[in-house]
Structure formats: structure tokens, C-alpha cells
Design a protein around this ligand. Structure first.
Ligand code: F6R
Length: 260
């Protein structure tokens, strides 16, 4: 795992944007794996800014989102499809027809999960997968105890995750406790995984993911087994790590080798 520790959430977003821009410059038709939640918003704003500045184009890119609430259709303001359209897709030149979010309103969710897996395979797998991390260590909606080999499927959210996401819903609004999510096995097939974490509420999950054992109780710990996983953390999210000095030393060496 590459552990990058930066001073501020803005620096984390910029680093993430650099990775997306570099990938698209090398491979304009790249397949992007995208996430929702609070963490990626600053990154998406930075990507929009760079698109407007003419630094990057998404015209040939395709995208797959990690997850969607089961029971919300794409027009619902709290659906992840709606989030992606509003926060990113409508503000860049990506072809909406080339963006996929699991169908939370599917009549047959199991068939929709299988179709999602097939679509990712047919697209040639994901080149760059963005992840956030839940404070319980989840990635996508793969909650603790999820099979580390799981594929896209319906998952029940933990009460903690429902509570954490309550902030997006109005007090009397229906909030689903089920979701369709890419599986951990699906995520692990991405060629490069980029996990962003900011804020102290993520410090414990990051400690377990980086310095704990690979275990289903912290799904993000599986990234220890990925040949190319980059974790980009602000100081607050890195606070629980024991070996910060070592990770920073490695990064300085990496920069030196790259001539940076
Ligand atoms: C969202 C997702 C989740 C979030 C995680 C962190 O698509 O898959 O795993 O990344 O819950 O959410 P925030 O960024 O809101 O703290």
C-alpha cells in the first residue's frame, strides 16, 4: 500500500484529482470507478475546475459507481445517481450514457447485480477506483463481516452506517437500510485503487485498515492485498497510525526517485 499523508483535506482532493487527470491523459477512454458521500465532493469540484480550465476531458471515459440505495430511483434527491449527476456528471463532458450507477429501483435487484458485474467486465474492468471509507472500515457498502471475495450484491447497512448517513436525509424522509454495492472482489479487480480519508472520525478505521490484520471485520484492510492501492489521508485521518514517520520517509524516497 502506498500511504500518502497530507496536511489538509484540500491537499487530499488535489492529490486525488492529479491521479484522475494523469490516468485520463494517458488513457482518455479509461474506466473510472466512482464513489459518493462527503469525502469525494472536494475532489469532484477540483476535477470540474480542471475540466473548465481545459486540463482534462472525460468525453471518452466511462464510469461505474460503487453503490446505490435499494428502493430509491435515480430521480430521488438522495439517490447516488442524483448525487453523481449533480456533483459531477452535469458539470463535465462525460457522456451520461457512459456512466453507470447500480439501479436501486430494479424490479429484480439480483439480476441487476449480475448485469452490473457483466457490464464492468465488458468495459474491460476498472482502471482507477475511487473509495471513501466508513468509520467502521466499510468500502462501498461492504460492511464489516462482508466476504472479502464478494461480488456486486444487495447488502444490509449497519445501524452505524444508517446513522452516519442520516445527515443527507430530511428528518421524516424514508432512508433505506439496504443497498446494492460492488463486492470487495469486484473492487479488488480495479487496476489502481485510490482511497481518500479525511477527518478524525476516520482515524480508527484507517489504523485498522493499514496496520491491523487483513480481516472481514475491517473490509478496507483487504487493500493490503492489492498490488496498487494508494491511501491518501489528511493528518487527522492519519492520527491513529503508528508508523507515520516511515510512510512519510517512503513517500519522500518515491518523490526523489520520480525526480519530484
Ligand atoms: C459511497 C461509499 C461509502 C463511503 C463511506 C464514507 O459511495 O461507497 O463507502 O465512501 O461511507 O462516506 P463519507 O465520505 O461520507 O464519510
Amino acid at each position: 500500500m502506498q500511504i500518502v499523508i497530507l496536511d489538509t483535506p484540500e491537499a487530499v482532493a488535489n492529490y486525488g484529482a492529479d491521479q484522475f487527470v494523469a490516468r485520463l491523459q494517458k488513457k482518455p477512454q479509461a474506466v473510472l470507478g466512482l464513489a459518493t458521500g462527503s469525502t469525494p465532493i472536494a475532489l469532484y469540484r477540483e476535477l470540474i475546475r480542471r475540466y473548465q480550465a481545459g486540463d482534462v476531458s472525460f468525453a471518452q471515459a466511462r464510469s461505474f459507481n460503487l453503490d446505490e440505495y435499494l428502493g430509491l430511483d435515480g430521480d430521488h434527491p438522495q439517490s447516488y445517481r442524483h448525487f453523481m449527476n449533480a456533483e459531477l456528471f452535469s458539470q463535465i463532458d462525460i457522456d451520461l450514457a457512459h456512466t453507470q450507477v447500480p439501479d436501486g429501483a430494479a424490479d429484480d435487484p439480483l439480476a441487476a447485480c449480475e448485469a452490473y458485474e457483466t457490464a464492468i467486465k465488458n468495459a474491460g474492468l476498472i482502471d482507477l477506483q475511487l473509495l471513501g471509507i466508513g468509520r467502521n472500515g466499510h468500502i462501498g457498502f461492504n460492511e464489516p463481516s462482508s466476504s472479502l471475495a464478494s461480488r456486486t450484491r444487495v447488502k444490509t447497512l449497519t445501524p452505524d452506517t444508517v446513522e452516519a448517513n442520516k445527515r443527507f436525509f430530511k428528518p421524516d424522509e424514508f432512508q433505506p437500510n439496504l443497498a446494492i454495492t460492488m463486492g470487495i472482489g469486484t473492487i479488488m479487480e480495479a487496476r489502481h485503487i485510490l482511497l481518500l480519508a479525511t477527518g478524525e472520525s476516520k482515524a480508527e478505521a484507517i489504523r485498522e485498515a493499514v496496520e491491523g490484520p487483513v480481516a472481514a471485520r475491517c473490509p478496507a484492510s483487504i487493500l493490503q492485498m492489492h498490488p496498487r492501492a494508494t491511501l491518501v489521508l489528511d493528518r487527522a485521518a492519519a492520527r491513529g497510525l503508528k508508523d507515520v514517520d516511515f510512510y512519510e520517509y517512503i513517500e519522500r524516497e518515491n518523490q526523489r526517485l520520480l525526480g519530484g
